[in-house]
Design a protein around this ligand. Structure first.
Ligand SMILES: Cc1ncc(COP(=O)(O)O)c(C=O)c1O
Length: 355
């Protein structure tokens, strides 16, 4: 990894908002910390990142982000352990994925040192903002968008890379009932589904609203060609347990390569759980629900870690999943969070201390 020649410049906020925040009643991602990291791309290169007070951004109405959607982001968290030490979870994976998304959206690559050292500097400055209540963390949102101007449909020549932070409470919202999508698609072959591009989420909102109107909290996306194979759960990867085998769909250009997904696969193998990465058909799921071999389904992603599914709707019929005393979902969530919060040995080398 290349390193920054100079230390990252830090401009401190004149006053802090921290005393206005009720850390015991934090929702997810709706309160922002005092500082952000900013880095501008101009004349073919990225300027050195700076930590500045959290503030609005001024853009020209012709900025290409508004017209052509060149916008990508990441989602990660900083965790504080009981001794006050601060940890990130596999941050280099977020950097790699941001650059994979950047390539697909014709956005210039962000140097790894700018991401990693910028992130480290920002989290050091914001360490008081990392909540210590159980399940709480500092949600971190790195993003890049086209700030350059012009109505011409072509990549911008200027971009902004920003990292902003939001202290967040535990994401657990109970079990969710999901609808298996038969009409709309989130992604298509050769498209941008594997990128964390803003437009992928805009395209999900309408079908998700239709599902919510029918009483479902989330959509299970299926392949765009046949709608016969399940792919993702809302903005999470999806896992299915049939008998004692844990399965998830293979990544492809339609599926986001989730960091939680790959960590869960490694932990499950370490627990001696049989795992399969393969296509899972809706037909197989319905059959397993009917004969009782479908034990669990859950979404997996940074925000909730694991989000258990109570049942699914398909073709106008609802299928309920059993309540398990000892679920894979709770075991895997426990092992993941024990690593993230420095409560257990990190045999995989995933934890990264912020010093
Ligand atoms: C579409 C989609 N799939 C999967 C995930 C899970 O990815 P990760 O575990 O890296 O958060 C996310 C969330 O980031 C997502 O937006």
């Amino acid at each position: 990894m290349e390193t920054l020649a100079n230390k990252i410049a830090i401009e401190r906020a004149k006053s802090s908002k921290i005393h206005d925040v009720d850390f015991d009643n934090l929702s997810f991602g709706s309160v922002y910390s005092d500082h952000m990291l900013v880095c501008d791309y101009k004349d073919g290169e990225w300027s050195a990142p700076k930590v500045v007070p959290y503030q609005p951004i001024t853009l020209d109405p012709s900025a290409k982000i508004f017209h052509y959607g060149q916008s990508i982001f990441e989602g990660m968290k900083a965790y504080k352990d009981e001794n006050g030490k601060v940890w990130l979870f596999r941050p280099e994976e977020n950097c790699k994925r941001l650059n994979k998304s950047a390539e697909r959206l014709a956005i210039p690559q962000i140097p790894e040192a700018y991401f990693m050292e910028g992130l480290n500097a920002l989290i050091q400055v914001e360490s008081d903002w990392i909540p210590q209540n159980p399940g709480s963390s500092l949600y971190i949102r790195p993003f890049i968008f086209a700030s350059g101007n012009g109505f011409h449909a072509s990549p911008a020549n200027e971009y902004k890379f920003i990292i902003a932070c939001a202290p967040s409470g535990s994401y657990f919202s109970g079990k969710v009932k999901v609808l298996i999508e038969e009409t709309y698609s989130r992604a298509a072959n050769g498209g941008v589904g594997y990128a964390k591009a803003g437009g992928n989420y805009a395209g999900q909102f309408y079908p998700t609203k239709l599902a919510a109107d029918k009483g479902y909290q989330q959509v299970i996306w299926t392949d765009d060609n046949t709608h016969e194979f399940i792919e993702e759960a809302g903005a999470m990867n999806v896992f299915v347990r049939i008998n004692d085998t844990l399965m998830t769909a293979p990544t492809s250009d339609r599926i986001l390569d989730g960091i939680t997904r790959k960590s869960i696969l490694d932990i499950a193998k370490d627990e001696g759980i049989k795992t399969e990465v393969r296509k899972i058909s809706v037909h197989e799921l319905v059959k397993a629900a009917e004969n009782g071999s479908l034990k669990e389904m859950f979404g997996a992603g940074t925000a909730a870690v694991v989000s258990p599914i109570s049942g699914f709707g398909y073709h106008g019929k609802d299928y309920d999943l059993p309540e398990l005393e000892e679920s894979y979902a709770s075991l895997l969530k426990q092992r993941m969070t024990d690593i993230q919060y420095n409560r257990a040995e990190d045999k995989f080398g995933w934890r990264h201390e912020v010093i």
